[in-house]
Design a protein. Structure first.
Lengths: 154, 111
């Protein structure tokens, strides 16, 4: 395997189209009230300035789920932050990875979201667990298109 | 209708072919392969054949490509499958399960 492929293998890409404007999309991923609806009820706090923290807490605020850092912020197009899964001690012990949100306007009143979760080279358990992005992103689609969250996973 | 929308028809058509399902399985095992690497995974296909199938998968949104240096990498995008699952499977699961339970009760009740 080449080095390029090794790096590529430690990357996951998720993409979906949503009937929303780029701005609505941006608001959905940075507005705590909306994030809570599609991200397991997480309470998110951040000023969304480069270098600032992006913290997420459990719904009742008792557990720290994420204590990440904003790496890039270019509204309403691009948000990059670090990722470490603090909600599970085994995953939390693995090195930090990176999440990039890219929003592109599309013809026909649609916007395209691409989520790239990379730098997972040394974090295989995290890589396996964050396959749940599919659930989160389809939930985001439902929230944006209907205003309702999906029922929780059993 | 914009072609790039994850049109359900495109997803079902893409999944209806065994070679394309094989390509998705290979990407599930090892994500981010280049065309050359994917070709090596399915030696029964020509380069042209692999490209043709990848194009159908890309149009359905099941494969997303990203350039990295000189190489183009192919990623399995599971989101359209998740949407199909929620729309076509999850919705009917409870009803089917209930119907099976009812059948079982009937059969056992008449034994």
């Amino acid at each position: 395997m080449t080095n390029a492929t090794q790096a590529a293998t430690a990357t996951q890409v998720y993409q979906l189209y949503i009937r929303a404007t780029q701005e609505e999309f941006w608001d959905a991923i940075t507005n705590p009230a909306i994030v809570a609806k599609f991200f397991f009820g997480a309470q998110v706090e951040s000023t969304y300035e480069v270098g600032s923290k992006l913290r997420s807490l459990s719904p009742n605020g008792s557990d720290m789920w994420g204590d990440n850092t904003i790496l890039e912020c270019d509204p309403p197009r691009r948000l990059v932050h670090t990722w470490r899964s603090l909600y599970d001690p085994v995953l939390a012990a693995e090195p930090e990875s990176r999440v990039t949100w890219e929003i592109e306007a599309q013809p026909g009143g649609l916007a395209k979201l691409t989520v790239v979760h990379d730098r997972l080279d040394s974090s295989p358990k995290t890589a396996a667990s964050v396959r749940g992005w599919s659930y989160i992103l389809s939930n985001l689609k439902t929230v944006l298109e209907t205003g309702q969250a999906l029922p929780p996973i059993m | 209708m914009v072609l790039c929308v994850h049109d359900e028809d495109l997803v079902f058509k893409a999944l209806a072919d065994p070679t394309r399902r094989l390509l998705l399985d290979r990407l599930f095992e090892r994500d981010g392969m280049t065309l050359g690497e994917l070709e090596a995974e399915v030696p029964q296909l020509t380069r042209f054949g692999v490209m043709k199938h990848l194009r159908v998968l890309e149009e359905a949104g099941l494969v997303v490509t990203r350039k990295r240096g000189r190489h183009k990498h192919h990623y399995l995008n599971p989101v359209p499958i998740r949407l199909i699952y929620e729309r076509w499977i999850d919705k009917y699961r409870d009803r089917r399960a209930a119907a099976l339970l009812e059948l079982r009760d009937q059969l056992e009740g008449h034994r």
